[in-house]
Each structure stands twice: as C-alpha cells, then as structure tokens.
Design a protein. Structure first.
Length: 450
C-alpha cells in the first residue's frame, strides 16, 4: 500500500497564489538550510513509523479517522501565515472562515441564531458548555449517564460543580426513570445527553429528557462530539432518527470535526442556541481587539490563542463536501454505518461470538463465545493481540454485566464486567473492506479458539 501523496502537487500551486497576495512587500527570503531540514525530517519520518496504521481500513480500533486530503492541504497552506483566531488582529481571514464554518455546523441542527466557535477538542468544548451551565444555574448539579464520557465528571471537578451519574439501561442509554428520581430532588441544573457514547455508540433518549425539562426546568446539553454529524444520514433506526431531529431543542451542542468531520487534531466545536450567553464571556483586551469593532472570536471563547489553521482546513472541507442531507459527506457517513451493520451481522450469525447491542451508529462490540465473564475477557484480549499480529487492529473495552444479562443466558458472571472487542467502523472505505477484515478475523479466531 502507499500513503496518499498525489494531492501534494496542489500545494505548490496554492502557495504561489497565496504569495501573490503579498507581492507589494519588499523582498524577504528567510534562510533555509535544506540539508539540515532534510536530515531531521527524514529522522522524524522514520520515528513516525512507530504508529498503528490509523489511515488504513485494517484499523478498526479507536475513533481515529484520517483527515480528508483537502483538510491536510488547507491546514498546511495556512501555516505559511500561521493565523491566530483569538483576535482579528491575528487571524482576520481565518476568523471569518471559522464563523462561516461554525454557522454551517449549526445549520445541521436547524439553528440560524446561535453562538459558537472552534476549540481544541471535545473536552474543551464540553468545559465551556458546562461552564455556561454553572453561570446560568450556579448552585445546581450536572448529571450524565454512567456511559457518558469521563470528561464530564472531571470537568465538574475542575469547575467546582456538583456532579452525579445516572444509571444506564441495558441498551447503554440513560435510564429516564432513574433521572426523574434525581430530578424530583430539585437540585439539577443541567442534564447531559450523550449522542453517541464513545464506548458503544449508544444514543440517549433525548425526547424523553426534553419532556422532563418541561416539568422540572433544567438545561439540556448534548455531547455529540462523536455522533453529531449523523444528523445528516438517512439510515438511522427510526427511534434514533427522532433523537437527532430533537437536537434543535437543546441548549448547547458539542461536535468534534476531528472525529467524523474529516479534520486533523485538534478541532472541536461548541454551539449555544441562545446567543445571549455570550455575556458570560465578556472581558476587555484593548491591545488585541483594537483593529475592528466586529466580534473577535476571543470574546466568546475561554481559550485565548487558537489555531486559525483549524478553521481554514474545516472551511475548505465543508466547501468541498457541504454538510447537507444526501450530499457526498452524508453518503460517506452512511457507508460507515452500513459497514458496522454488515460486520455486526457476520458476528451475530457466527457461533464463535457473542453479541448484544446492535450498532446504533458505527461502533460494534462483541466477545468470543465463553461460559464466564473471566473466560470471555481472556479470549477477547487474546484475539485482540492475535488480530494485531496479522495487521488487523481493533480495541478492547470493559462493559458492565447489566448490558448483557438479558441476552447471554447460562453465562457465569464471575466478575461484574466483561472485556469485549470494540471496533469503530469510521471510514467509508470500510464497507468495501468488511469481507477482507472478516477473513483476517476468522484466521485469528481459529488460532485463538481452535
């Protein structure tokens, strides 16, 4: 195989166009020692070989999706300017590109009026959303399901906000009855709904949470860092489709373009439905905000210096692949889910494996067939290593027994969890590669299980 390099030829042409925009400046040519650059760069390339092949369809482990070539090129192109999107003084054009790209993401959820910006990733985006929640309801708690990302509890610790976990049901979704019991106590200010858990891709029952909001009056924050872009697809389950259609009614949303948005790390985003929350960010910085009366993105962000390169790359990607239902971006995302369903069907119909949850988005979890949790966990770890030795790279994760007790009959729960194999089928190419992936998985399984 080979890395994609054909697109590199476009970089020189685009740099010439960029350079033409500054032709009126006096000549300035920084000295470059090409020989030294070459030595160090080739050394770096050798060191970078010590990586999993995240870009290849045989990598079906963690949530690592390669950037689109247009994102790579636009990001690199912008580095000759190296804009800083904190203020218009440091990133005039890239700030405008960020505002445009963010408006397109907000448009996926039906938001015309909104406040939002890019940030370093989902953790920082969630921190800002929960910080605003604290500003709105300073003494109230924040709750999320026990399958939500661990960052929420950690962020609440940083911000000094009371936090409580809500039990999940056997589908790894927030248990609404358990939520209501906690709401009755009157101490909840924000409910975090997870739109695609990072463990198994489960989607919390947003519609029921919104109905509880009418009665108890709390904010709803949607952590859609992983799953948000699936709002564009047409192959979700009907009940999952309803959840995505209801996202227009939440108070804040986090989406990570560096997950399904085809962007380099780190590129997250946070959006608020009510632009007036910008008042909580209000501050003064006369030496950075002096060149324009227009909104500087640093005025609505907790982060100060932020890479304008992320905005340029995202803008270019969305220009090439618009965020519209039925478009190429949406079709490719639908292929990821189709690939996950195909892999799940192969596993479900093979007596050597045990499955439970059908993929709600594009994450598949399963375990080798065994009679006990300890044995299933041991086999999962062995199969993980054996597949990796054949260049098929998966992930493993621990899940509570409550997710499997209804499906795995006559199973000895000699521990309270089971280690499962977990695959994030996040590349559209995976749909064409599932049969080859299955062949390798079959060979590895034969070695491990006989």
């Amino acid at each position: 195989m080979s890395l994609e390099t054909k697109s590199i030829s476009l970089l020189k042409e685009s740099l010439e166009i960029l350079e033409a925009g500054f032709k009126d400046l006096p000549d300035f040519s920084p000295g470059v020692d090409s020989a030294s650059l070459r030595t160090v760069l080739l050394e770096a390339a050798m060191k970078m070989q010590d990586n999993y092949p995240y870009f290849h369809p045989f990598y079906i482990g963690q949530m690592l999706k390669p950037p689109h070539p247009i994102a790579r090129l636009a990001y690199i192109l912008s580095l000759w300017i190296n804009p800083n999107n904190h203020a218009l003084d440091g990133g005039r054009c890239s700030s405008a590109m960020e505002k445009e790209a963010i408006a397109e993401i907000a448009g996926m959820f039906g938001w015309e009026d909104h406040l939002g910006h890019l940030c370093g990733g989902g953790t920082m985006a969630n921190l800002e959303a929960l910080w605003v929640s604290r500003c709105v309801a300073p003494v109230k708690a924040i709750v999320a399901s026990d399958q939500a990302h661990y960052t929420h509890e950690r962020i609440c610790g940083v911000l000094g906000i009371p936090f409580q976990k809500i039990p999940s049901d056997r589908n790894a979704r927030m248990d609404v009855n358990a939520l209501q019991e906690i709401l009755e106590q009157g101490r909840v200010g924000t409910v975090v709904v997870t739109i695609g858990t990072t463990g198994c891709g489960a989607v919390d029952p947003l519609g029921e949470v919104l109905r509880l909001r009418e009665r108890y009056g709390f904010r709803v924050h949607a952590d859609a860092a992983y799953g948000g872009y699936y709002v564009l697809t047409d192959n979700l389950r009907p009940e999952t489709r309803v959840v995505f259609d209801n996202l227009t009614s939440v108070d804040s949303i986090v989406v990570d373009p560096h997950k399904h948005g085809l962007q380099p790390y780190g590129c997250g985003s946070v959006l608020f439905r009510d632009p007036s929350v910008g008042r909580f960010y209000k501050h003064d910085s006369p030496y950075t905000y002096f060149t324009s009366t227009e909104l500087h993105l640093g005025e609505i962000s907790l982060e100060c210096s932020r890479p304008g390169s992320s905005a340029v790359a995202l803008w270019a990607t969305q220009r090439l692949l618009p965020l519209v239902p039925g478009g190429q971006f949406a079709q490719d995302l639908g292929r990821c889910r189709d690939a996950a369903l195909r892999l799940f069907t192969l596993l479900e119909t093979d007596a050597r494996f045990m499955t439970a949850l059908a993929p709600e988005l594009d994450i598949v979890i399963w375990a080798p067939r065994a009679t006990s949790a300890v044995e299933a966990s041991r086999l999962s770890q062995a199969l993980f290593k054996e597949a990796a030795s054949r260049n098929l790279h998966m992930a493993i994760a621990n899940f509570p027994k409550s997710m499997f007790t209804d499906q795995w009959i006559d199973f000895d729960w000699d521990q309270d969890f089971v280690t499962c194999l977990r695959s994030s089928v996040m590349k559209p190419e995976h749909l064409d590669w599932i049969d080859r992936i299955w062949d390798v998985l079959d060979e590895a399984t034969r070695t491990v299980m006989g």
